[in-house]
Ligand binder design. Structure first.
Ligand code: NAD
Ligand code: GLY
Length: 374
């Protein structure tokens, strides 16, 4: 599926480091470093506009809006902000509409730049609002969770949830820049850090066995928020995501590997009701289930599946799903975006470091659900 080899890992330079998303005239930089919000310099060179709108939520706003406003003030005549309610359950039409209302009430024109300040929920909604408002205004991602820094802020997938399916309403729409300020992770609750680690771990089995080994060795440093370890993990994750998205921006093939663990995971999230389990927790458990499915399909040996499960468990993530009943899992998984003609398709590993997408006999899927639910 991949046509170019994954670029080798390199040690991050001192100070901020940049990963480029290469998409022709929609290319952009992901800047990773400490204290980015403290300097207006990182916000220069964006499309010119008189207004900027910071979109954040009621948790992140009080922590970081003032800093971001200060960094943006030299670049815009007016810096506006809006705080959305916090939570996956608010990744919906009413919250999205709040962004449109704020833009319209402030007479925002089509040059207005939106800044998504927060985790993946804020990022996905702000990106979707930017894609829709006046048929498209520029936006910048300022991710403040580990999950958003390593995954959701990168690659231009934007969406809201529908009660019948997660991320079902959305658009591909690339940001102008991604600014990952590692300092913002200091205030992140530990449970959210662990959820972010799920998306970091994902990159090993699907693309990079060396990175998986690095994670096995350095997990304790990540759990204790060692800045250098976090910087390396964010950089390597973004490099792998950039490599995938650069080859398949709109998910006609390869990009689907980024959904490893997500078929089972989305079923857990929507089956329990959004916000019950964190997205990363559901993905972590989903990766355990998808690794087991890969072993049952004969694509990896059980030792490899257990190795993946062991790292996920060490990261403090759940490895057993809720007992929704196999029928309900199957029903929910049919709504997954990867399903084709009613057939559920799974990202499977085989060999370690490579992933493909395929269907699986229902009996095997039922066996996996039985083996990995409470
Ligand atoms: P989130 O956005 O809900 O943030 C998690 C929690 O941490 C929230 O309560 C938030 O207010 C809080 N928070 C954020 N930054 C903080 C900080 N620095 N200090 C203290 N608290 C902070 O969740 P998330 O895990 O960042 O993102 C999950 C979402 O991302 C899901 O909706 C998922 O579907 C989406 N996602 C999208 C993509 C994509 O490619 N677009 C990829 C992966 C996940
Ligand atoms: N997180 C899945 C993707 O960006 O494609």
């Amino acid at each position: 599926m991949a046509s170019t080899p994954l670029p080798p890992a390199t040690a991050p330079a001192q100070g901020p480091t940049t990963v480029v998303i290469d998409l022709g005239d929609r290319s952009y930089d992901i800047v990773i470093g400490e204290g980015l919000l403290d300097s207006p310099d990182f916000f220069s060179g964006l499309p010119k506009a008189s207004k900027a709108l910071i979109v954040t939520n009621t948790t992140v706003g009080p922590l970081y809006t003032a800093k971001l406003r200060q960094a943006l003030t030299p670049h815009y005549k007016a810096v506006l902000d809006i705080e959305l309610p916090d939570g996956e359950q608010y990744k919906d039409w009413p919250a999205l509409n709040q962004i449109f209302t704020a833009l319209l009430e402030q007479a925002a024109d089509r040059k207005t730049v939106l800044f998504a300040l927060g985790g993946g929920v804020v990022g996905d909604m702000t990106g979707f609002a930017a894609a829709c408002y006046m048929r498209g205004v520029p936006f910048v991602q300022v991710p403040t969770t580990l999950l958003a820094q390593v995954d959701s802020s990168v690659g231009g997938k934007t969406a809201i949830n529908h009660p019948a399916g997660k991320n079902m309403i959305g658009a591909f729409y690339q940001p102008q820049r991604v600014l990952c300020d590692l300092t913002t992770l200091d205030t992140l609750p530990q449970r959210e850090l662990l959820a972010g680690l799920a998306e970091v771990i994902k990159y090993g089995p699907i693309a990079d066995t060396e990175f998986f080994s690095w994670l096995e060795t350095n997990l304790d440093k990540l759990l204790s928020r060692d800045r250098e370890a976090l910087k390396y993990a964010v950089k390597r994750s973004c490099e792998i995501k950039a490599w995938v998205v650069g080859q398949d921006e709109k998910e006609s093939g390869l990009r689907a590997i980024l959904n490893y663990g997500h078929t089972f995971g989305h079923a857990i999230e929507s089956g329990l009701g959004y916000g019950e389990w964190l997205h990363g927790e559901a993905v972590g458990c989903g990766m355990v289930m998808a690794a087991d499915l890969s072993a049952r399909l004969g694509l990896i040996d059980t030792t490899t599946a257990q190795r993946i499960q062991a790292l996920i468990a060490r990261a403090g993530l759940p490895i057993r799903g809720p007992n929704l009943g196999a029928d309900r899992y199957l029903e929910l998984m049919q709504v997954d975006k990867k399903a084709e003609g009613g057939e559920i398709r799974f990202v499977v590993i085989g060999p370690m470091g490579q992933a493909t997408m395929q269907g699986a006999p229902e009996s095997l899927v039922r066996d996996v659900i039985a083996a990995h639910t409470c």
